[in-house]
Write a protein that binds this ligand. Sequence first.
Ligand SMILES: [Zn+2]
Length: 809
Amino acid sequence: MRNASVLACAVVLWAAAPPAHGFPPLPPAEWRVIDDFSYPDTRAAQDAWRQTGAAGPVSVEQVSSGRAVLLPCLFSEKDGDRSAWDYRLSIDMRSSRGIRFHFYCDNPSPVAGFSLSLRSGNGWYTASFGPERKGRWTAVTIDRASTGIEGRPSGWGKIDTLRISAWRGGSGNAVCAIGNLGVADEAGTVAVVRAESVANAGMSDARSVCDYSGIVFRLSVRAGVPAVMASDLDLTAEYLRRMQVAILPYNPRIPDDVRGNLVSFVRAGGKVLSFYHPPQGELGDLLGIRAGDYLKEPERGFFSSIRPTADAVAGMPAVSEQASWNIIRAVPADDRCRVAAQWYDKNGRPTGEPAVLVSPHGVHMTHVLLPDDPQNKRNLLLSLVAAALPDVWRKAFFALRGTSVEEQTLKTLDEAALRKPQVRIFVEDAARAKRMADECAGERRFEEAVAHSSVAREASLLAYCCAQEPVEPEFRGIWCHSAFGPAGMSWDEAVSQLARNGFTAVFPNMLWAGTAYYESKVLPVAPEVGTLGDQLSQCLDACRKHKVQCHVWKVFWNTGGRASASFIEQMRREGRTQVSFSGRPADAWLCPSHPANQQMEIDALVEVVARYPVEGIHLDYIRYPGSDACYCQGCRKRFEEMLGFQVKNWPDDTRKDPFVRQSWLEFRRQNITKVVAELSRRVRQARPGVKVSAAVFPNWPVHRDTVGQDWKAWCDAGYLDFVCPMDYTAFGGLFEAQVESQKEWAGNVPVYPGIGLTVWPDRGDIVKLIDFIGVTRRLGTGGFMVFDYDASASRRYVPLCGLGVTKPR
Ligand SMILES: [Zn+2]
């Protein structure tokens, strides 16, 4: 906060300023504001916020009672893949939950996404954010625990720059604004220790470190655990003295000083909850845990759930689903330590492999915590923390009493929705469970109170789902990434579930470049077909039986680690695989300009429609992997033929010479478009009425250059019957702006926007899914797509959709 005299002076100045850009009033901050933007003049604001790329200089405006910094994105006038502003600040964030601010964007259409980065030493902490609703201020929280790592940051005590970036998604300008820049303070005694030192050590798993510690942190918060995120770069002995539990969510490396601090912490009465890597050395001895060997799943579904033993900890769910692919074995070293849970397979049989070990000094789980089955995972995590810190039941109960996300969401329903009979049943269930929770809490039986609260939360969510209304007719498609359907289900069970819950079409991923999951004469057949049978005919039979459309999903060019080594070797020998700009072979990808590749990909789909009565074919990866491909000799030859002359400096001129560059981008687009045109013609000839659709990147004006995917041209030329942009953002305001633009680009061709539930940070967020479906309905798309139909979707959001938003009539 700046000093009062400057503030008073600024108020006078802005009182005379012209009215703001029609922004709605800036809401008050519910956090500690560190800069209220009371700059003496525009110059001072521009000194504080330095623009780069396609950004314009900032200005400051009075918006109702607060001030906002305006950030102009000049994508029409300036080059660059983003508009960015660097704001200097010197801040110690070790005791903050993260950054908070209000954000507004008057026109998110030309923006692919927003990110906030914090510089520390030689690296950055970065997270994406975006407007939740168009035309409103969004209160943004950037949790430290949800940031990714770039470069080699030096910890959270040394932040010196904040950077806001708006990434180019098209042309056109936009004005963004931020206000009430502040930090969220935090107090907690359970430290989730993020292994940021792996980035400094040059290890490649910084991404996994962020993912798995993020999962543990989010579930802790949802469970009411007083959790704080601590970087292992900041984990001093003094910091640990304020903590009761240290969680090691995924720590492939523990620096020596941190290891020493953890040992002292345990000796002084602290507890450790570790995942995957068993504590070693003195720490392992203290916990009484002996590390064993690495164990890969012997077959799919071997590790399917975690269930308590007779020696369990209090409050552990009877079954926590978790589809793990491996564990690191760990066993009790002595009788202080016991096995509290073990792994069960997909048929519900015990595997004999310990999942959770408990000792007086801590708890260990033999794999990382995965985000599937989030309700039980939340309770599992709470029970593990409670095994180390029994008082956490009381803390969790009071932290969430009546304020859980589920109960807050239920409060948004109107009277009419609450009167629906099915909704009332769940609302009454929730109220009853809440009363019982309070009763238990009154008798200080907090573990039971939390269990009742959990029931109340679930009933609230079910009430909310039941209150939703379906709209008909509507195209409701779901991608299924596995050719075998969701794990643990036959195709008949899977498609029957979709039909019961109002989904109208399934998009099973049946063929890749070099692999078919059915009896093909064009592509090599996957070995599993020999044992499990022709997946396409099984899926199609189920679709006909349950009256669900079948649109066969094909991955183009990308062999996806599925094609045999001999197939790839043959392709490479024939000069049919991709080569990067620097000349590096990219054997996993077939060259899109090679005529034999084009022919093979087209023939594969013609064979599908000729032999199987499918409703549609669906093109995916119908593009280049990025701007780095393809620079093989064949591409050079074919490009120069198109140009009519030889490229003087190959391949540099494709980037540096303006004419050659434009021609190169056009050459790439044409290679892809030619395939779409030809296969569209041929499959329609082979099976009249078959629908041709494509999964495409969301921002056509940008992606036609970066990946050669000119999908507006495909719509204009009538090659597609509908188009499914992969609008996988988790921010509603961006989603809405994207769909609006896409409808314009597609013209008369229907747009069924792809909702990326499985790739959201909080996968399975049914409330957000309902919101996004609402956006597609408001914009009149006539349908939507959901990614992805896997085991957790079949357990969770597909049936929740069926309660209301997609309920069959
Ligand atoms: Zn090539």
